[in-house]
Design a protein around this ligand. Structure first.
Ligand SMILES: Cc1cc2nc3c(=O)[nH]c(=O)nc-3n(C[C@H](O)[C@H](O)[C@H](O)COP(=O)(O)OP(=O)(O)OC[C@H]3O[C@@H](n4cnc5c(N)ncnc54)[C@H](O)[C@@H]3O)c2cc1C
Length: 518
């Protein structure tokens, strides 16, 4: 059937819906009559999930592409800088058990194998600190750029921490006012089209029927198009990633000048872990855990014990605790007929490594780039999308599981069971065997846009004390001198940047009051 694609309808006004709308409308010129029309339907009855406060550096590129200024973003979204994650207590749970997964690759990555050098050294400097200057910036609470650095440019690679509700609001305003996205506030009550065929239109409660050529399901866990209408099965991953619950609180700073951490703190608990994210006006703190290993009461107690480090009993009592449940897993496929799911509607694993919004960005970008000009090639676009994203979900599952598999914590059944062979994906088991004899490399992750490159695997493996027997047969006479040069350079960069960069709070205050150069 030959039919030009003219109108896209998105269901859902959470971060996934608005990011997808922005990416599609910016690329396909929705403001102009010649462009592709984008309509977003959002139910006034169902609120957005409202969590999702950590992004990847990819968000800088996304914001730039859709035309949101970084100054505006910081002012509207209570945003701060994120330079990576610090994992506390994940290896043994003992004092000083902490390591970083920063956003920049090991210094000289691709030019000099500092990893191999570090593996042989007897220096006792933690991996990330030895081969990257970014953990030093995080320790010192530095911002990743200077006040003179233009919007989106970086001294050290960074993503953001943000208020998810404010972010969705900014995206909505930008998409409707600047990019020509039509916003319909109404509840979808009926999907028109046979289950074996394309969706023709959606019926809304108040505003009748809305027709389209492509339908993007961003309806959150309800997944009203892909799951409810097309009955695409859900594949649970709970046997691999055990967490299925979360409790979250918003914690005010005791002083308006308190330090804003420029990285996410992830602290291991008996049956999960606690995230701690610093925004300019508050911290977002939450405990994600497995309901099979811990009751809600015990999880709340663990969160309160964490909060008691900084807050009085009285202040803790006043906090509003929000409970969320989720089933870790994803749909069997993501694009079916003329419907593609993005965000929670396609699946969710757990917040570790904050990969959900990155996956939204990647999904929306691929839909946008491969948007079938004509209906005749819709099936090919769907097949390519499903292949690419099945691969990506698998890689994310393995990478998240790696954090649990490498732990030596003995304190609870949760951690012991996480290391049971039956819970570990086969490919990960094989790679762990291989990495005893060679470091993770480009050969293990061969896609051009790998979601987690080999550098990320190195940070987790060696941060958690994994041992690789270094191959010595390939060593060249000047390797040692070259490694020393890069290590020295890394050290000097760390010193220089620490001296020259403002604190995270100082730079954010400057952005809010004055702004970064364009
Ligand atoms: C505990 C937790 C922590 C997380 N932390 C992170 C993180 O740090 N980083 C990260 O990247 N991600 C994180 N995530 C994931 C992140 O929150 C989501 O990926 C993101 O918010 C996108 O959600 P969404 O837009 O898909 O769904 P939602 O926000 O749930 O939006 C669904 C939308 O669909 C609409 N809708 C539903 N039914 C209908 C209907 N019948 N008619 C019309 N509209 C309808 C609703 O009104 C709503 O607008 C976290 C998730 C959880 C659970």
């Amino acid at each position: 059937m030959n039919k030009a694609l003219k109108k896209i309808v998105i269901v859902g006004g959470g971060t996934a819906g608005w990011l997808t709308a922005g990416i599609l409308a910016a690329e396909h010129n929705s403001r102009s009559p010649e462009g592709i029309a984008v309509t977003l339907i959002e139910s006034p009855e169902i609120s957005t999930i409202g969590v999702g406060e950590g992004t990847w550096p990819t968000m800088r590129n996304t914001l730039q592409n859709i035309g949101i200024s970084e100054n505006e973003f910081f002012r509207c979204c209570d945003a701060s800088f994120k330079q990576g994650s610090e994992f506390i207590g994940w290896v043994t749970g003992e004092k000083n058990d902490s390591y970083y997964h920063p956003f920049i690759a090991p210094h000289g990555f691709g030019q000099c194998n500092l990893t191999s050098h570090w593996l042989q050294s007897k220096d006792n400097i933690p991996f990330a600190h030895a081969i990257s200057f970014q953990p030093h910036l995080c320790d010192a609470g530095c911002a990743p750029k200077q006040i003179q650095t233009p919007e989106f440019a970086a001294v050290a690679n960074y993503g953001y921490h943000l208020n998810a509700t404010k972010f969705a609001k900014l995206l909505q305003e930008h998409c409707t006012k600047k990019l020509g996205v039509k916003h319909v506030v109404d509840h979808v009550i009926k999907i028109n089209g046979h289950i074996d065929d394309d969706i023709q239109s959606l019926t809304t409660k108040e505003q009748g029927e809305i027709a389209g050529d492509l339908f993007v399901d961003c309806s959150g866990t309800a997944s009203i198009l892909l799951a409810k209408h097309y009955q695409i099965p859900f594949i649970s991953k709970k046997h691999i990633l055990f967490n299925d619950s979360a409790i979250a609180v918003q914690v005010p700073y005791s002083d308006k000048d308190d330090v804003i951490k420029s990285h996410t703190l992830s602290t291991a608990q008996e049956a999960g872990w606690i995230w701690d994210i610093g925004l300019p006006t508050r911290r977002g703190i939450g405990h994600t855990y497995s309901s099979s290993y811990q009751s809600d009461f015990e999880a709340e107690l663990a969160l309160k014990t964490y909060l008691a480090k900084d807050l009085s009993e009285e202040s803790i009592k006043q906090l509003q605790i929000r409970k969320l449940s989720f089933e870790p897993g994803h749909r069997e496929k993501f694009w079916h007929k003329n419907c593609v799911a993005v965000g929670m509607a396609s699946g969710f694993l757990e917040p570790l490594e904050a990969s959900a919004l990155a996956l939204v960005e990647l999904s929306a970008k691929m839909i946008s780039k491969e948007l079938p000009t004509d209906h005749a090639i819709m099936g090919i676009a769907a097949k390519r999308f499903n292949q690419r994203f099945t691969y990506r979900w698998q890689r994310i599952i393995e990478f998240l599981k790696l954090h649990y598999v490498l732990s030596k914590r003995q304190t609870s059944q949760y951690w012991l069971d996480n290391r049971q062979n039956a819970s570990i994906p086969e490919r990960l088991t094989e790679l762990l065997q291989l990495w005893q004899y060679q470091e993770p490399s480009f050969n293990d992750f061969t896609e051009i846009e790998e979601i987690f490159p080999s550098a990320s695997y190195q940070y987790i493996l060696y941060g958690m004390g994994f041992k690789t027997q270094v191959r010595t047969s390939t060593r060249k006479p000047n390797d040692e001198a070259k490694a020393q040069h890069f290590l020295q350079e890394n050290y000097q960069l760390g010193q220089k940047y620490q001296a020259g960069l403002p604190s995270n709070r100082a730079l954010i205050t400057h952005i809010i009051n004055t702004g970064l150069p364009k």
